[in-house]
Design a protein around this ligand. Structure first.
Ligand code: URP
Ligand code: ZN
Ligand code: ZN
Length: 463
């Protein structure tokens, strides 16, 4: 099957090519050029006149069916990847979870089972390590050999996910041998737990206190500690879901002294704030995630971080729970609200709207943040994350002039609310392809469950 995407403006992280055709043969992009389509035979022509042609998004941080707080994230690999495709994301990297008392292998096998036959788009895995033992350290090496090359550790959630500094240092030291990467949830779980109990004892049980019990200073402290441990081990570290200027400061300082420190932020920290947690009634529960939403004045710092490359990419931390029967588990006790927000479908458009339409970033930087940087950092480049001869034909034809309103009424995520409800945005993916297959065309969904493939990623050290 040969397909031509004709006459669009091709935007990559480094180039903007006007009136350019993209020729796809089978699963790959084979050529780009002006007037390429004249006189050649193809099976399908898609007009991209007046539109942008950009790489499919890579969301490096999702949690399909994550077990949390006595329930499971409401999107599975079927619904979550369909929603991702609708929103212009053609690859996710999801977090497989090691349960207590089991090896990494068992947790990884479980995630392979969850995804196989269901995923509509390509996917890779990071591995969440709950226990750092001689056995799990050995298994890290095996996983790296199998293309699962990054491992998330938690400095928060004592008794659930948290590991101590010695474990972190041991796991980090292992990555200096096996070429993997440690991803850190950086919040000081011990101090936060004391604050949580204090607020609850005082009768302060509403979602707003979730925010107050996890102050920015404790995110900054943990980020600083994670970086110091990585520097001691002589390895790189990647800070996930960075939410505050305090944490950003620690990352910036490390990068300024030449450290191999990397970090992502998420749309919720760029567009939402502590005020959302304070919404009346139990409404604030919709916005409970960790780290929590910050006072609105942190947002400008995060945007600056994206502009200056102190933050390298935007991922969603997509972890949806229904408001009605899941977030309500924490009614009367904010600490029991399942942590996480939906967003895998929204990222491409809200970042375009809030970033490019507002003049904060240019289209090339947008592509870098949503596709190219995640591909490079997580071992998928140049197969993914760009439009070039030889790369997978994962492409978004984006209409930059289409105005629409984000709502739970028109989204495809399996969750009963949308964090950006009512946001009027300009720009929308109108055609989405993966490896030369059309997943989405206008209002029609063509992707099939099981069409997505597992991606073996190369080592961080080989990037
Ligand atoms: O609140 C969040 N972020 N939920 C998902 C789990 C995690 O820590 O990433
Ligand atoms: Zn986390
Ligand atoms: Zn997460």
């Amino acid at each position: 099957m040969r397909m031509l995407i004709e006459g669009g403006t091709v935007v990559t992280a480094t180039e903007t090519l006007r009136d350019t055709d993209v020729l796809i043969d089978g699963e790959k992009v084979v050529a780009l050029g002006v007037g390429l389509g004249a006189g050649i035979e193809v099976d399908r022509r898609i007009s991209a006149a007046g539109k942008l042609v950009m790489p499919g998004g890579i969301d490096a941080h999702t949690h399909m069916e994550l077990p949390f707080g006595g329930t499971f994230a409401s999107d599975d690999f079927g619904t979550g990847t369909a929603a991702a495709a609708w929103g212009g994301t053609t690859t996710i990297i999801d977090f497989a979870v090691q349960d207590y008392g089991e090896g990494l292998r068992k947790g990884l096998d479980r995630w392979h089972e969850k995804a196989a036959g269901k995923a509509h788009i390509d996917y890779g895995f990071h591995m969440i390590m709950r226990e750092v033992t001689d056995q799990s350290l050995k298994e890290m090496d095996e996983l790296v050999d199998e293309g699962v090359t990054s491992f998330k550790l938690f400095m928060a959630y004592p008794g659930v996910f948290m590991v101590d500094d010695a474990s972190i240092f041991r796991a980090m030291s292992r990555t200096s041998d096996n070429g993997g990467l440690i991803m850190m949830h950086a919040e000081n779980g011990g101090a936060i737990d004391v604050l949580v109990q204090r607020y609850l004892a005082e009768g302060n049980v509403d979602p707003y206190y979730h925010g107050l019990s996890r102050p920015p200073s404790m995110e900054g402290e943990a980020t600083h500690r994670a970086i110091a441990l990585a520097e001691l081990a002589g390895v790189a570290v990647y800070i996930v879901h960075l939410a505050s200027r305090d944490a950003l400061e620690a990352v910036r300082e490390a990068r300024d002294r030449g450290g191999a420190t990397f970090a992502e932020t998420c749309p919720q920290y760029l567009f939402l704030s502590l005020d959302d947690l304070a919404k009346p009634g139990f409404e604030g529960a919709k916005y409970v995630c960790s780290p929590p939403l910050r006072p609105a004045d942190h947002q400008d710092d995060l945007w600056k971080g994206l502009q200056m490359d102190d933050l390298q990419l935007v991922a969603t931390d997509h972890c949806p729970f229904h408001f009605k029967d899941q977030k309500t588990l924490g009614q009367g006790d904010f600490s029991k609200i399942p942590n996480g927000v939906p967003g895998v479908e929204d990222r491409y458009t809200v970042l375009w709207h809030g970033g490019v339409n507002s003049g904060r970033i240019d289209p090339n930087r947008f592509v870098e943040l949503v596709a190219t940087a995640p591909a490079k950092l997580f071992g998928l480049y140049p197969r993914k994350g760009t439009i070039a001869p030889g790369s997978d034909a994962d492409i978004v034809v984006f209409d930059p002039n289409l105005e629409w309103v984000i709502s739970a009424d028109n989204h495809h995520m399996n969750v009963d609310y949308n964090c950006y409800e009512g946001m009027r945005v300009r720009g929308k993916p109108v055609v989405v392809t993966q490896r030369g297959h059309i997943l989405v065309e206008g209002d029609t969904f063509h992707a099939r469950p099981g069409q997505g493939r597992f991606l073996e990623r190369s080592r961080f050290a080989e990037r």
